[in-house]
Write a protein that binds this ligand. Sequence first.
Ligand code: DC
Length: 223
Amino acid sequence: MSFKIAIDGPSSSGKSTLAKRVAKELDFVYIDTGAMYRAMGYYFLNNNLDLNDIDVVNDNVNDVSIEINYIDGVQHVLLNGEDISSVIRKEEVGNAGSVISTYQVVREKLVEMQQEMAKVQSVVMDGRDIGTVVLPDADVKIYLNADCHERAIRRHKELLEKGITKTLEDVEKDLAERDYRDMNRKNSPLKKADDAIEIDSTSLEIEEVVEKVLNIVREKQGE
Ligand code: DC
């Protein structure tokens, strides 16, 4: 029987670092669902297609094929056969992913893929709607939160490390906009599942969060 762990939360709350670490400790597969929405957004950006126009989205969505591969345990995203794993980490692609994720036609396509992946293996899956929509029967659900200012500081530091200069104020403004869109869209908005355990990571080190989640999983596995 496969074991499913769902991790949801706003951008830059530390979900992917947590999910990767927990997956490694437990020898589960880590599935980054945000990368799939980013890949979809990238297709529209790269082909100069207006992702704010629902007719354009409806006309083009079936031309997009997204595949997920694993090389040495690391997730790679293929868009119509091309590995676009690095380019989708850019800020503008994250924003495009957030816009494209508001359309139900896009969500249906990607949610189906995500559910199929979780049927055949034990997974740690992170995103915005994993505990509520993708894996409502997950064995463990975590809602990872952190104060918006603290998330902006973390994101700003990451950008500086990549050589991208942007003011902390701009990073915080972008995050707040992304949160608003992700939490207020009509289709599967980001929210805590009723049975999810909320962890506020504002003043916690990543090690402490990983330990907390591993303890929750071990307790569940022992039941
Ligand atoms: O986690 P991320 O920043 O890579 O995700 C990019 C965008 O994709 C995010 O702003 C909202 C959307 N998304 C979603 O709607 N549902 C998911 N399960 C994962 C991401």
